[in-house]
Design a protein around this ligand. Structure first.
Ligand SMILES: Nc1nc2c(ncn2[C@@H]2O[C@H](COP(=O)(O)OP(=O)(O)OP(=O)(O)O)[C@@H](O)[C@H]2O)c(=O)[nH]1
Length: 598
């Protein structure tokens, strides 16, 4: 135990965590030449393409320091706010953290939020000034920023470049000398923290854990405290680049467990593993079930594919326990599912995985957050509104509550005005404003989560010319004035286009929706009126003019293969169209409300 170091790397997105992890693996000889590949830990294709870490992973390195052999367990953490719960669990499994700060960009919102998480867990912080090789790097200034933030001395900050390999040895030395060895009692009953799980189609769910007390042995009967379920530890081992089966994993160490569980929902990140016969009396605290924040409908483009979609979603859920869904139906789109996601990025990922891994073409409807509606009947429990159609009749509503968040934004002093106006437009209330340095300002707002879901990130980037970083955490429900804006095409309501919006924004959004739909829906043989309505009141209207004449009629003769090509192309385009009444609506139209300001 004396020779084990468990650490994680925390950073703002793109500050170089994954690249630094690769360098550490290289340096400790944990990868052979053949295995070398950029961003080794990001082993999902999607992760590599998007250049982001979606799930956290762990890896063990051996390193000799002053003639002594050490085991270093690195736990890589995801960088995006949608996955912050996973960051918090990975952090809880460590004693130390490398705080990576980009020498050109300095401290950003997630640098701070992750740092707070690490400090709450009493982690030893090793500040790393990364990307010092960049011409735009500002090492002195950024070191000062870090010293101010941590209250450390400038010598504690390790200058490094994950690209060139500079500083890697210093980082390893610091991990061994500064990060404390794990504590814990090997003789106590087993107590292990689940910090991640991964679904493997051949082996079932692989659970990643850190032993806090006691030890886990192959074949042991173990129990998951939160789910109360018991299993046999079919295989346990440590995580090198590949899994290395072991007979026993002891206090302080990190490993994987395979029990033949086939459903990701049975393994919850944050849960405690204990011995089935002699369960621990103190499960590790802080466990929470991850709750979806954003809801949207997912429908097959072809109504006949509903059963295929169901089986694909079930398979996806086996390996992504944070995805929830229930069947729903829409007059416009037929049968589909109302799905809950951790955030917008998670939603995009699910949609993309459905298309790539399961070859499904789907239509996603306008996302919304989860509201609580109380009726005048005085019922104690709220009606949970995850779907515009769940909103009770306005005449029976007493009040509606919506989820609020604390938003932390760090930006340059020059852009404070712009960022403030944006947040106020998004119904934010300023809570605090602090100058971190003369140049950089931290703004804290209470804001409705719903406003973040729509275009907030993009707008923030635009108004700050990219110099703003953003992070948020939920702070509970607050009363709101919510209405449902319905869209009528050719006088027919299209339920899949309905959106839940704040009353003050309803007219603006209704108008923009009509304009956007006019752009997106192709002209047809007849005039199509587009209307936005609240209840029976029409608040906006546009008209798509009819095509004047059939321009293709003249195109006769010519090469057949060319014609076929055109037909094929048309078919592809058609695939994402939905016939509603006698109007054809393209897929983008269902998401139009997200891009109202483009
Ligand atoms: N010049 C230079 N570029 C670097 C350095 N470290 C990382 N990068 C680049 O910075 C970008 C982001 O690096 P990543 O390692 O993917 O960042 P990350 O923090 O892991 O990002 P997420 O996993 O998405 O949170 C990549 O294009 C890297 O090649 C460095 O020391 N110098």
């Amino acid at each position: 135990m004396e020779k084990i170091r468990n650490f994680c790397i925390i950073a703002h997105i793109d500050h170089g965590k994954s690249t630094l992890a690769d360098r550490l693996l290289d340096f400790t000889g944990s990868v052979t030449e053949r295995e070398k590949q950029d961003q080794l830990l990001d082993n999902m294709d999607l992760e590599r393409e998007r250049g982001i870490t979606i799930k956290s992973h762990a890896i063990q390195m051996d390193y000799v320091h002053n003639g002594e052999k050490y085991v270093l367990n690195l736990i890589d953490t995801p960088g995006h706010v949608d996955f912050s719960y996973e960051v918090s669990r990975s952090i809880a499994a460590c004693e130390g953290a490398l705080l990576v700060v980009d020498a050109a960009q300095s401290i950003q919102a997630q640098t701070i939020s992750n740092l707070y998480l690490a400090l709450e867990n009493d982690l030893e912080i090793i500040p790393v000034l990364n990307k010092v090789d960049l011409p735009s790097a500002n090492p002195e200034e950024v070191t000062d920023d870090i010293v101010d933030l941590l209250g450390c001395s400038p010598e504690d900050v390790i200058p490094a470049s994950a690209k060139t390999g500079l500083g890697i040895q210093d980082i390893l030395t610091a991990i061994i000398e500064r990060v404390p060895a794990p504590k814990g009692n090997p003789n106590e009953s087993l107590q292990a923290l689940v910090f991640d799980s991964v679904y493997n189609p051949f082996r079932g769910v692989e659970t990643y854990f850190r032993v806090v007390n006691g030890e886990i042995t192959k074949g042991q009967k173990i129990k998951f405290v939160a789910t109360g379920k018991s299993y046999e530890a079919d295989e346990i081992g440590t995580l090198k680049l590949t899994q290395v089966p072991k007979k026993k994993i002891s206090t302080g160490d990190v490993g994987y467990l395979i029990t033949g569980i086939k459903d990701a929902r049975e393994v919850k990140v944050g849960d405690t593993i204990t011995d089935s016969a002699h369960p621990t009396k103190n499960p590790i605290g802080g466990f929470e079930d991850v709750k979806p924040m954003v809801f949207a409908g997912i429908y097959p483009v072809d109504t006949e594919d509903f059963e295929d979609l169901r089986s694909s979603m079930e398979k996806l859920q086996l390996n992504d326990a944070s995805l929830v869904f229930t069947p729903e139906s829409s007059a416009a789109l037929g049968f589909g599912f109302r799905c809950g996601f951790l955030g917008m990025l998670h939603m995009e990922i699910i949609q993309e995985r459905l298309e790539r891994e399961f070859d499904m073409t789907v239509i996603t409807t306008v996302p919304n957050v989860s509201y609580h509606a109380y009726t005048t009947k005085g019922d104690e429990k709220p009606i949970i509104v995850n779907n515009p159609s769940d909103l009770p009749d306005p005449s029976t509503i007493d009040r509606v509550e919506e989820p609020y968040i604390k938003a932390t934004i760090i930006t340059k002093a020059d852009f404070v005005g712009n960022v403030m106006s944006l947040c106020i437009e998004k119904r934010g209330q300023i809570v605090n404003q602090t100058y971190l340095t003369t140049e950089r300002v931290e703004l804290i707002f209470d804001m409705p989560l719903a406003e973040i879901v729509f275009d907030f990130y993009d707008r923030l980037k635009t108004v700050s010319k990219g110099y703003a970083s953003f992070d948020y955490s939920p702070i509970g429900m607050r009363q709101s004035k919510l209405v449902r804006v319905d869209i009528l095409l050719n006088a027919q309501p299209v339920d899949a286009l309905s959106a839940l919006v704040h009353f003050d924004n309803a007219y603006h959004i209704g108008k923009k929706m009509c304009e956007k739909l006019k752009e997106l829906i192709p002209r047809q043989q007849f005039d199509i009126p587009i209307q936005a309505a609240i209840g029976s009141k029409i608040i906006s209207r546009e008209t798509i003019k009819a095509l004047r004449k059939d321009v293709t009629a003249k195109c006769y003769g010519g090469d057949i293969s060319r014609k076929r090509k055109l037909l094929e192309k048309q078919k592809k385009g058609k695939k994402r169209m939905r016939q509603v009444g006698n109007v054809e609506i393209p897929q983008q139209a269902f998401m139009a409300v997200l891009k109202l300001n483009d």
